[in-house]
Design a protein around this ligand. Structure first.
Ligand SMILES: [Zn+2]
Length: 358
């Protein structure tokens, strides 16, 4: 519940004692098409921000951090901490920005922020997908590093969970964040604090005030629940529900031996929403292949090639929200090994889908 003294948080305390806050980059969500049932739309919105499990996320530091190696090490430590939860994603630092899905800057004065999950793929390869605008070596700074990586894994701000039932003193919030050191305009305050997320943007039905994705707030901003009038003070570490969230989307300990997807043999996608099908492909001829799904389901299909023992992205297709199936056409080479992963967003009316190589 409410702690008596503020501890560390994803926010940072300026010299004046006022907290500095993360500003998540806005998402461009498609509107709900007329006639699409809400559960399907919500499942699509939720799934689109998540990476397929098993992805190796490559990260790159775009420029040296002011304060040097310690800042970069704090980010590496935060990646290690998320990995230690036992998830099926891997994080690898790379020397080239062009090979990195996550490009990290340390531009001071630009605040700390990230894009949400796979939205990072829409950003030009020379630009940052994450920034750290303050010292990461304090307890608060370490919390910031965990928090921004949480966004990169697809986690939104917890205080915007519609199930939190927070009633804000809105003008007090605008005034608090509009002043230094944050100096946010009203739109930024609305997008990052006051706006309630739609059901599709949150995972889990309950508010988790201990989440690393929850901001710390001083007293005087929350009208109700009454217990938070004196402020919200998350511990700034990974909560049980944070761990549960990433294990749900990225379960660890997958089987080493994947089933083999043979040409012209369809394999059923016997999946619950959020679950994933994985299979290996070992072509016996070098030629152009098609890999596609059948059925009414909404899925993302991603093909990886094994290079030096590591799976590299080769092609992908996302059919969610469309009346078509995921399909990639790509030349595969005899003797090489590929892995196809299909994540189900929504099962569709028949509930039956399949994947095939031809
Ligand atoms: Zn944030």
């Amino acid at each position: 519940m409410v702690q008596t003294a503020p501890t560390d948080t994803d926010a940072d305390r300026s010299s004046a004692g006022t907290l500095q806050y993360c500003a998540l980059k806005p998402r461009s969500l498609p509107a709900q098409p007329p006639g699409m049932p809400a559960p399907r739309y919500e499942a699509i919105i939720q799934g689109r921000s998540q990476w397929v499990n098993g992805t190796v996320l490559h990260y790159h530091f775009l420029a040296s951090a002011p304060g040097g190696a310690e800042q970069e090490q704090a980010v590496r430590d935060a990646f290690d901490e998320w990995k230690s939860v036992g998830i099926g994603l891997r994080f690898t630092e790379v020397a080239a920005a062009s090979e990195a899905e996550l490009r990290i800057g340390f531009v001071q004065g630009d605040g700390s922020w990230s894009y949400l999950g796979r939205d990072a793929l829409q950003i030009s390869q020379t630009e940052r997908t994450m920034n750290f605008g303050w010292d990461l070596t304090s307890m608060q700074g370490r919390s910031t590093a965990l928090h921004e990586i949480g966004h990169a894994l697809g986690m939104p701000h917890e205080h915007q969970n519609p199930n939190a039932g927070i009633v804000w003193d809105e003008e007090a919030v605008y005034a608090y964040l509009g002043g230094p050191p944050n100096s946010w305009d009203r739109e930024k305050v609305y997008q990052n604090v006051l706006r309630k997320l739609s059901p599709g943007e949150v995972t889990g039905s309950n508010w988790d005030p201990n989440s690393v994705m929850e901001y710390e707030f001083p007293g005087g901003l929350v009208i109700s629940p009454e217990g938070y009038r004196e402020g919200i003070y998350p511990p700034g570490t990974l909560s049980d529900l944070d761990r549960q969230f990433v294990r749900t989307w990225y379960p660890g300990g997958q089987a080493e031996e994947l089933p083999l997807l043979e040409p012209f043999v369809s394999m059923p996608l016997d999946l619950q929403p959020t679950e994933q099908f994985d299979a290996a492909i070992r072509p016996d001829a070098s030629r152009e292949y098609s890999i596609g799904t059948f059925g009414e389901s909404d899925v993302v299909l991603v093909l990886f090639e094994e290079v030096d023992g590591e799976l590299r992205f080769l092609a992908g297709d996302d059919d969610s929200g469309e009346d078509r199936n995921a399909l990639v056409k790509v030349k595969l080479f005899a003797g090489r090994r590929y892995v196809v992963r299909v994540r189900l967003y929504y099962a569709g009316a028949s509930g039956r889908s399949a994947v095939m190589l031809w």
